[in-house]
Design a protein around this ligand. Structure first.
Ligand code: NI
Ligand code: MN
Length: 218
């Protein structure tokens, strides 16, 4: 399974299906690609409707025919624009094109519905993308239920966890590998991923990517 960080919270996961999460690209100063470069997508997941997450999700779905997955209120909005959508809510699990998507809690804000994280199960791998969130004790449930092989956790501070709390989130979720996200995009979220790596220590493998960089999850 090939994992690519596209900058900020945007990731691309290529396995049996090609999945994009929070594809904030055209307005993202750190974006590795432009939305125009995306020609294939099966599923686009939006964790919440802040513009740095909803981003180019709708145009990408319209262009590629991908199914949009998001919380009910965001899915309704997508549907009103003619996009094939799967609405869900926190606590639910759905199957989209053979991929299991579990929506989990995130402690944050948004315009429509609630912010969320997702746990994705595809090709015998389990991936957790927390969306924007504070550290919460709910993350211990991620460890109990899912044992993530790899997690995407924000470390940029101010709007989300910073390096200290994200390192604690690694402990709570018992994730085996972690890719830090939501940092370096703007001056307000400039934190040091090496500092995060230091604080995680030997609890998990920290994979620091540059926007556009990929990791092959075995
Ligand atoms: Ni947000
Ligand atoms: Mn954000």
């Amino acid at each position: 399974m090939k994992i690519t960080w596209l900058g900020h919270s945007a990731v691309k996961i290529e396995g049996t299906q090609t999945i994009y999460i929070d594809p904030f690209l055209s307005e993202n100063p750190a974006a590795a690609i432009s939305p125009e470069q995306i020609t294939k997508a099966d599923i686009v997941i939006v964790t919440h409707d802040h513009s740095d997450h909803l981003g180019d999700a709708f145009p990408i779905c319209k262009k590629t025919g991908a199914t949009l997955v998001g919380i009910h209120e965001v899915a309704v909005m997508a549907e009103s624009e003619g996009i094939t959508s799967e609405g869900m809510n926190i606590g639910g699990t759905i199957d989209v094109k053979g991929v299991k998507i579990n929506m989990v809690n995130a402690l944050h804000s948004c315009e429509r519905g609630n912010p969320a994280g997702v746990v994705i199960e595809m090709d015998d791998k389990t991936l957790y993308h927390s969306g924007d969130t504070s550290l919460t004790y709910d993350m211990k449930l991620i460890a109990d239920f899912f044992h993530p092989d790899l997690s995407f956790l924000p470390i940029g501070d101010r709007y989300t966890m910073g390096v200290n709390s994200a390192a604690k989130a690694v402990e709570f979720t018992k994730t085996k590998k972690v890719i830090p996200i939501h940092y370096g995009t703007f001056p307000l979220v400039n934190t040091d991923p090496e500092e995060f790596k230091k604080r995680v220590g030997d609890r998990a493998e920290v994979i620091i990517l540059k926007p556009g960089g990929s990791y092959d999850l075995q």
